[in-house]
Ligand binder design. Structure first.
Ligand code: C2E
Ligand code: CA
Ligand code: CA
Length: 655
């Protein structure tokens, strides 16, 4: 068999293998992927035409002239189509999948159309001698020129598009620089093969070159495995992101339908770390059985997402949700695990106009604990969008505040019934800039800061301000024995916290004994060994500890015995009900809490004391320290100094 035919058969084999692999895997309906399919088809057709034309040229005596010409026309036309499609492919790839306007598209096809014109009407010569056969003439020359134009155009695209679409940050080509090199390398190989063919003319290598180019593009850019999440057998996060962007670009209504697993940590504790993924995998398989044409994405660690294109399908899915049973088969044959889950649906672009907004909404839904009734469907509404926007605005203010250290610290004095003066104070953080959204409670922004990894910086800023203030005003000379500073749960288990805070104390020359670090009851229970370790280190320096919000967590008594606190702060929720409509039971609880803590030899601070009646009762029960609006609200530095001095003066008068 002729060597050229061998190359061509091999090339056909390569193309078929690529297509079988391509067809057997889940794909995204991206415009680049569709172009790739056309590119493949043109190559395949070109190979067949190549074989055909080779046959007709070598059998010119038995084949009619028109057939020989036709085969050459088909060959040159399809080869031209290939380069044109490759150009379009690179265009879509580099243009972040943006669609192309009709005039531009027309402009791009001009060289192709001219080449086709020559292919139809141009002159072609056939050269056959004892070394082999090939064609030449204007038809062939124009074809080569057209190919060269597209190759140059591809190179220009690669060098200029990058800046225009800011592709450095593109998710479609996250490594654009490498992608650019890849395409260029592919082109060089192709060009080299074409060049060899051009000069040797008898070696019909182009078939092999084309197949290799298709293979190269397939492996480098179109490999469907890039979009698969093998653990759950669904499409991965990147695929979701790309498709969502594509959906927004279409500017039509679509729905993001999420299935979110709840109580993931408890599932992991009870059933093993990988169980949530297994539940999601089985759930996705069940959904796929009902809706085989819908793509399912593993969009978040505990969420499966479907992008639904129309209301009708959405309604069908909603109707199906009740029948879905996501019980998950476990390793032991006859037990199945029933997970908690819920759904939420975002109508786009009504409630999320961009991919970023869709992510924010998704994040918001994930964090909103009110939306987790088992099996329930939640529709994203105006109200939720408002909450999401508020959160976003606060987050922007918070991030900016961290950058510019724009936090204030206010101080709430703590009254000592024994010393009859303000003996300490709690430092409370305030955000400086709240002009756009009004006052933002730390109860709102502190958890947000924890979630966003900003809390350590805020903690350091607050601590530095407190140290500076204490050193400047020499608070200890005003009868303030110590200042209470809140440590968030995240901070209290941060390995670097001791070093950070002790550095700040040294900088301002304030003795660590002047600080009581407040750790909430919940954090002290969740903190584990790291918390114990940090507390030990702080204690070695001389710091003390208060348990904050006693009565709001699980009040794990055995844990309380393990972790030692100098002070326990009774939460207002333990105190206020004692003065409500039905005070009998709350009083029993409060009394025994106070008795227990005092017997343990730990001091008590009562929080949220708002009336004289409350203060009196608590003092009678043996509570020494009181904090609340009745004594003083949290106030800025100057007012705090004033309040402390006033109380001191009163005490002197009474004495
Ligand atoms: P918390 O540690 O329990 O602080 C006491 C909260 O109760 C303060 O709210 C205070 O203004 C308020 N309060 C004091 N007396 C009364 C009263 O008589 N009646 C009522 N209704 N409220 C009273 P604030 O300043 O809004 O702080 C809320 C929470 O934010 C704090 O609760 C604390 O958990 C957190 N937080 C505040 N500052 C910081 C900080 O610097 N770091 C950390 N990690 N958390 C902070
Ligand atoms: Ca506190
Ligand atoms: Ca508290």
């Amino acid at each position: 068999m002729d060597i050229s035919i061998k190359f061509q058969i091999l090339a056909i084999g390569i193309l078929i293998v690529i297509m079988v692999d391509f067809l057997c895997s889940k794909k995204l309906p991206l415009i680049s992927t569709k172009t790739f399919t056309l590119f493949w088809a043109a190559s395949f057709f070109n190979l067949l035409a190549d074989i055909g034309s080779y046959y007709t040229i070598t059998h010119m005596d038995s084949v009619p002239e028109w057939l020989n010409r036709l085969m050459h026309q088909l060959f040159l036309g399809s080869l031209n189509a290939m380069v044109f499609l490759l150009f379009m492919y690179v265009w879509f790839l580099c243009g972040a999948q943006k669609r192309i306007s009709k005039p531009v598209l027309f402009g791009c096809t001009i060289p192709f159309i001219i080449a086709i014109g020559f292919a139809i009407f141009g002159k072609i010569d056939y050269i056959v001698d004892d070394r082999g056969a090939y064609s030449s003439g204007p038809m062939v020359t124009v074809f080569y020129i057209s190919v060269a134009v597209y190759i140059v155009a591809i190179i220009v695209l690669l060098c200029t598009r990058n800046k225009r679409y800011n592709l450095e940050n593109s998710e479609i080509l996250p490594d654009f620089k490498h992608a650019r090199v890849s395409i260029l390398v592919g082109l060089c190989i192709w060009a080299a093969i074409a060049l060899v063919q051009f000069f040797t003319t008898y070696w019909l290598l182009s078939a092999m070159g084309n197949a290799l180019m298709v293979l190269y593009v397939y492996m480098r850019f179109e490999n469907p495995r890039e979009y698969m999440d093998s653990e759950t057998d669904t499409l991965n996060r990147r695929a979701f992101h790309i498709m969502m962007r594509e959906m927004f670009a279409r500017n039509k209504t679509f729905y993001i339908f999420n299935l979110t697993l709840d109580e993931v940590e408890s599932i992991q504790k009870a059933m093993g770390y990988d169980m949530p993924k297994e539940i999601l995998r089985q759930a996705a398989a069940k959904i796929s059985r009902d809706f085989p044409h819908i793509r399912i994405y593993h969009s978040r660690s505990c969420t499966m997402t479907m992008l639904v294109y129309d209301r009708e399908t959405l309604d069908k899915i909603i109707a199906c949700t009740e029948s879905w049973d996501f019980r998950c088969d476990t390793a032991s044959a006859d037990s199945a695990f029933s997970p908690y889950y819920h759904f939420n649906i975002i109508e786009c672009p009504k409630y999320a106009q961009t991919a970023d907004e869709a992510y924010e909404t998704l994040d918001y839904c994930l964090n909103d604990r009110t939306m987790s009734e088992n099996g329930k469907i939640y529709f994203v509404s105006d109200e939720l969008v408002e909450k999401r926007n508020y959160r976003k605005a606060v987050l922007a203010i918070l991030t900016e505040a961290v950058r510019t250290k724009a936090f204030n610290v206010v101080y709430q004095p703590i009254y000592s019934a024994k010393k009859r003066r303000f003996a300490s104070a709690e430092a409370l953080v305030r955000l400086q800039d709240t002009t756009t959204v009004g006052f933002i409670s730390p109860e709102y922004f502190i958890p947000l800061a924890e979630e966003q990894g900003l809390i350590s910086e805020i903690g350091n800023i607050v601590f530095e301000k407190v140290c500076e203030f204490a050193a400047r005003e020499k608070l200890w000379q005003l009868g303030i024995d110590y200042v209470e500073v809140n440590l968030s749960g995240v901070q209290s288990v941060d390995i670097g916290i001791v070093a950070q805070l002790s550095k700040i104390m040294t900088k301002y020359g304030v003795h660590p004994g002047f600080f009581n670090l407040e750790i909430t009851e919940t954090a002290s229970i969740d903190g584990g060994d790291m918390l114990q370790y940090n507390m030990e280190q702080f204690r070695k320096l001389g710091c003390h500890f208060s348990m904050d919000d006693f009565g709001t967590g699980y009040s794990n008594l055995s844990q309380m015995a393990k972790v030692h606190f100098e002070l326990i702060k009774l939460d207002k929720s333990l105190i206020w009900p004692c003065f409500g409509d039905d005070p009998t039971e709350p009083r029993i609880i409060l009394n025994s809490c106070i008795d227990m803590i005092l017997q343990l030899g730990v001091n008590i601070v009562a929080e949220g004391v708002e009336t004289a009646e409350q203060a009196e009762m608590l003092i009678n029960k043996g509570v020494v320290y009181l904090q609340g609006y009745y004594f003083c609200r949290p106030v800025p530095e100057a007012d705090f100094i004033k309040a402390v001095k006033e109380k001191l003066a009163q005490q002197n008068v009474n004495a």
